[in-house]
Design a protein around this ligand. Structure first.
Ligand code: TXA
Ligand code: MG
Length: 314
């Protein structure tokens, strides 16, 4: 697919918003780095973000909103979060907060019950978000493992042909990713970034909790805190364990649910958390979930990574 370069004009931004509505991937500038945007409520569009980036696992994504009022519809804000949002939004600050409601695709949060939110301080991002009128999930617009893009040309170098469009808004003024703060429940630094920690601590009137040395706070995909079913999960089953529920992939006669009957990995990723949750809810005490093999290529890496975590002893 050819990647369209759009100008940050009213016309270009209307077109970009329409593409987001249609489930397309649209990269756009923020003051930190270019984000790879998709409608955060659209399971398939969010799955395609991971496919385009070649991410080996489903790390949770940051959801971008035009203002605090829109953010408060998606997450609950403790007092300290409200204070930080009032002081630093729009800006290079991301807050990880308790998720409200079920509007977002569970892939955005990697099945967690918290969500990372940010109101970017960039006129192009702001107009796009207002015009689109919904939450936009956007990781940095680079292939996994490559540096974050701060120009539209960088986005095209890495992702041309893998995404539908990029809005060219010139160079990003900050040039490093946002600072991420979590509330667990006390404010904690999850990732240093474009907003200095000192400014945040001055606003809160106290020190932030920092992660212990050697921890990998910027890689929550590797933390044990991810969603895991209560039921035992058994992988690679071409026939189910007797008595188990069976989660299929590809043609799987007798499966209780199927990640994708046609064997489409994007569809399978989009269904993954929904299906795990509904089988987990259906499982009787002691009943397990057998999972059909998922091929180890493309999005299959991320799907298998998540399934292995779900199956790990705990
Ligand atoms: O400046 C930025 O933050 C850029 C622009 C595009 O906004 N975005 C960005 O996204 O850097 P990304 O996907 O590269 O980094 C998102 C990080 C995840 O790796 C994770 O560390 C954190 O946000 N994150 C997201 N949701 C989380 C959650 N529920 N709990 C903990 N951490 C979370
Ligand atoms: Mg990144």
């Amino acid at each position: 697919m050819p990647t369209l370069a759009l100008a940050p004009t009213p016309d270009g931004l209307n077109r970009a918003a329409g593409m987001l509505r249609a489930g397309d991937l649209v990269a756009f500038p923020t003051e930190t780095v270019y984000g790879l945007g998709a409608d955060a409520r659209n399971d398939i569009a969010v799955a395609r973000i991971f496919q385009a980036k070649g991410r080996p696992r489903f790390n949770p994504l940051i959801v971008h909103l035009p203002d605090l009022a829109a953010a408060r519809e998606i997450a609950a804000f403790p007092d300290e979060a409200l204070r930080l949002a009032s002081a630093f939004w729009p800006g290079a600050l991301t807050l990880v907060l308790p998720l409200k409601g079920t509007a977002l695709s569970p892939l955005v949060t990697a099945g967690l019950d918290t969500v990372a939110l940010r109101v970017p301080d960039h006129p192009v991002a702001h107009t796009l978000l207002e015009t689109f009128g919904g939450p936009v999930a956007a990781p940095s617009a680079n292939p996994s493992g490559k540096v974050s893009p701060t120009r539209a040309a960088h986005v095209l170098e890495g992702l041309s042909g893998r995404i539908e469009a990029v809005v060219d808004g010139g160079p990003c003024p900050v040039g490093v990713e946002s600072t991420i703060i979590g509330f667990t429940p006390t404010p904690a630094l999850l990732r240093p970034g474009g907003l200095p920690v000192e400014a945040i601590e001055a606003c809160l009137g106290g020190a932030l909790t920092r992660h212990a040395k050697g921890a990998r706070p910027n890689a929550p995909g590797q933390l044990a805190s991810h969603y895991a079913p209560a039921a035992a999960v058994r992988l690679g089953r071409t026939t189910p364990e007797p008595g188990d529920l069976w989660l299929g992939f590809g043609p799987t006669p007798g499966a209780d649910l199927n990640l994708s009957e046609s064997g489409d990995l994007v569809e399978a990723a989009a269904n993954l958390f929904h299906h795990l949750r509904s089988l987990d809810a259906r499982a009787a005490p002691g009943q397990g979930i057998s999972v059909a093999p998922v091929p180890p290529h493309g999005l299959g890496h991320a799907i298998n990574d998540r399934l292995r975590r779900a199956a790990a002893p705990r």
